[in-house]
Design a protein around this ligand. Structure first.
Ligand code: DGJ
Length: 711
């Protein structure tokens, strides 16, 4: 088996084949120069590892009877009728593209293959990156205008098209949702024709998250082949799965949605976001674990850092924050073991409700008469870090900022400015707006000892215009790029700063934003029963270390459902634990129990946040749902079990654990109970949940020496 990760396994004047090798998979593509197609770069293989000789000997994929399929990035022109990955219009109105091979480079785990149009000044580089520690393959594209004359109109430039091997059937998995109901897992047959997941809202958004998985309909949580694709982009996007009657399936994806047009300027090079792909033979569970490991190794800025237990004021004081009530809450939070105290919305300008103040980023003098410093000092004195909520991309019309700069928002001539949550979107594609936002954020951080920002974004784009701009379509991309650039700059200049991404809950969680934030606010729905399904869906791709989860009030402010403290905490422990709610009104008993639960979480969080996740059951409302985390060294196991609703006469079955060493023994922490690994794997562990609804448990097992019987 070759040790090279990328190699050209055969090549002559008319054909070149490359093999990309990851720890357990192989990916093969072939470039052909053959009339009448000109140069095509086509997919050949994606599956378990191959040797170079095996890869070189693979046959081309067959042509469909009247169309060319399986290209790595199909443009328009010739007999191409599927969803285009590249759709451009040259100055004279020509839209067909004809390629010739220009060159390729292999360097540092990257393969770059450049094609040039035979006539027009356009180059396309298809980029691939593999790493030695993951089966995830990163792909993106670069477009270059090599001329000096007119711009080229771009209607679509995908990051990649992934071709799925032919199987007898196909099923697709994705998550759909809504505000406070994000990440609902959907697993349905893949329809014939084109199936598009997209958002036209300007950010990745609640309704569908930018990933898509395909299997042959036979994968389970622990077995079977799964091909998954994930887009690292936080703006609008489109992913299209295309299935033909001949069972050819491809998944194309990239930034932007249909209808967005922009100009590639002479001399300009444009780079797409990454649309990464993964082949796994270990079912949906193995797929998730591989994405989690990839996110920790290659995406998150501080993956190894243990996430602090945070308190957030939102469900405690809502918009009514002031120095006095935050001091009171901080004192109780510290007693509970909280390590990071976050003041949410309502601390600035005239922001006493959602109707005013966004844009006026100075402490409200009535609420914080001496500014934020006294509160920050107090929080630090209590031994906690201090965090603050911001929503930099937004403005209320009732604000000083808007009165001064009404032209800074997205708007179109002769059209109303649609308000959502009484706010408008600032156009961050305008350099002076992005500069203003960076300026006040940087000042805020320089003048205060702020350790953490919760960066919120509470509405979608409407009237996405920029009157007077020569290329307003660019704002769809440039807005997101500006958000990224501001965060990157703030992080570079304030190294201790940690950031939470939030967009009305989980409206902007994707690998693009997670490359520059530390955790995500998963959902405004903090009801632990609903939350089980939300977290189940979120965990399909995103790791627990980045999944913020609060134990909050009962009855829950959104659903009015009641749940005991223990159940609320046990559900929230499946991610980066936080607390919200009006702690001043929690009973002494509830506070005592909460403190114990926080302490229990701290004993196991390194396993939850850094370990491997095994979803032991589907997410259920009736009966038991359980997840297991196995530490990277295999020495510790944490099990969380929740049963929202019990059914009489249907006891919880023993829970078969996963990933353990059958020959080892495992001791249940805090007890003298010892279990054989083989028994835990094959027979199962009885969780002994109390009878009734809202029952839950947290178990921690430690591996002992291999059992004498097994030796
Ligand atoms: C939406 C967020 O998801 C909430 O947690 C809270 O920060 C509010 N915005 C504040 O307006």
């Amino acid at each position: 088996m070759s040790g090279l990760v990328i190699e050209r396994v055969c090549g002559d004047d008319t054909s070149q084949t490359w093999l990309l090798t990851t720890p357990s998979t192989g990916y093969v593509i072939r470039l052909r120069d053959r009339e009448p197609d000109g140069t095509t770069l086509r997919h050949v293989y994606w599956g378990p590892r191959l040797t170079a000789a095996q890869a070189a000997a693979l046959p081309d994929r067959p042509r469909d009877w009247d169309q060319l399929l399986g290209e790595e990035l199909p443009a328009t022109g010739g007999e191409r009728f599927g969803p285009p990955g590249l759709l451009v219009e040259f100055g004279d109105g020509t839209r067909a593209v004809e390629w010739r091979y220009r060159d390729h480079q292999v360097d540092d785990g990257q393969l770059r293959i450049t094609l040039a149009d035979r006539h027009y000044p356009l180059e396309l580089t298809l980029c691939y990156r593999v790493y030695p520690d993951t089966d995830v393959i990163e792909r993106w594209t670069e477009l270059r205008h090599t001329g000096t004359d007119q711009p080229i109109m771009v209607e679509r430039c995908d990051s990649a098209h992934w071709t799925i091997p032919v199987r007898p059937d196909y099923r697709m998995s994705c998550v759909t949702g809504e505000w406070s109901a994000e990440f609902q897992l959907s697993r349905t047959p893949l329809p014939y024709g084109e199936t598009t997941l997209t958002t036209r809202r300007g950010l990745s958004r609640h309704q569908v998250n930018p990933w898509l998985m395909v299997d042959a309909g036979d994968a389970t949580e622990s077995t079977g082949e799964v091909w998954s694709t994930v887009l690292a982009w936080s703006g609008g996007w489109r992913i299209t799965a295309h299935r033909t009657l001949g069972e050819q399936v491809s998944i194309g994806g990239g930034a932007g949605h249909d209808g967005v047009r922009w100009r590639l300027r002479p001399g300009e090079r444009w780079r797409s976001p990454v649309f990464a792909g993964l082949y796994s033979r270990d079912g949906f569970g193995g797929t998730s674990r591989a994405w989690h490991a990839y996110a920790r190794a290659h995406v998150l800025p501080q993956p190894a850092e243990i996430r602090p237990v945070l308190y957030n004021s939102w469900e405690g004081t809502w918009f009514d924050v002031n120095e006095t009530n935050q001091r009171e809450l901080a004192a109780i939070a510290a007693e509970l073991g909280v390590e990071l105290f976050v003041v949410d919305d309502g601390w600035f300008g005239g922001r006493t409700s959602d109707r005013a103040g966004l844009g006026d980023w100075w402490p409200n003098p009535q609420r914080f008469p001496s500014g934020l410093r006294p509160l920050i000092d107090e929080v630090h004195r209590l031994g906690m870090r201090f965090g603050l909520w911001v929503e930099p991309e937004m403005v209320n019309p009732d604000s000083e900022l808007y009165r001064q700069h009404p032209d800074w928002v997205l708007h179109q001539p002769n059209r109303r400015r649609t308000e959502l949550r009484n706010q408008l979107v600032l156009n961050f594609a305008r350099p002076e707006v992005a500069e203003w936002a960076h300026g006040w954020l940087d000042r805020l951080l320089r003048e205060h000892e702020i350790d953490f920002l919760k960066w919120d974004m509470n509405r979608a784009f409407t009237e996405p215009g920029w009157p007077g701009a020569d290329d307003p379509g660019r704002l769809w991309f440039d807005h997101t790029a500006a958000v990224y650039a501001i965060i990157d700059r703030l992080r570079a200049d304030h190294p201790r700063l940690r950031i939470e991404t939030c967009a009305g809950g989980g409206g902007r969680i994707d690998l693009g934003i997670l490359a520059r934030t530390d955790q995500a606010w998963t959902s405004d729905n903090t009801d632990p029963v609903d939350r089980i399904a939300i977290q189940h869906g979120c965990s399909q791709v995103y790791p627990a270390v980045a999944m913020g989860a609060w134990a909050s009030e009962s009855p829950n402010p959104l659903t009015r459902r009641t749940a005991p403290v223990r159940f609320r905490f046990h559900v929230a422990m499946a991610g980066a634990l936080g607390i919200s709610g009006n702690l001043r009104e929690w009973s002494t008993e509830d506070r005592r129990e909460a403190a114990e639960l926080v302490a229990a979480y701290k004993r196991v969080r390194h396993v939850i946040q850094q370990g491997q996740l095994y979803r032991l059951t589907p997410a259920r409302v009736e009966g038991l749902t359980a997840v297991e985390y196995l530490s990277q060294d295999g020495g510790e196991v944490v099990v969380l079990g929740w049963r929202p609703l019990a059914r009489h006469g249907q006891p919880d079955p023993p829970l078969r654990l996963a990933g353990l060493d059958p020959d080892a023994r495992y001791q249940l922490a805090g007890t003298s109970q010892v279990h054989y690994g083989a028994a835990l794997l094959h027979h199962g562990l009885t969780l002994d949940l109390p009878a009734g609804d809202h029952a839950s448990t947290l178990l921690h097992l430690r591996r002992l020496e291999p059992s004498p019987a097994a030796r």
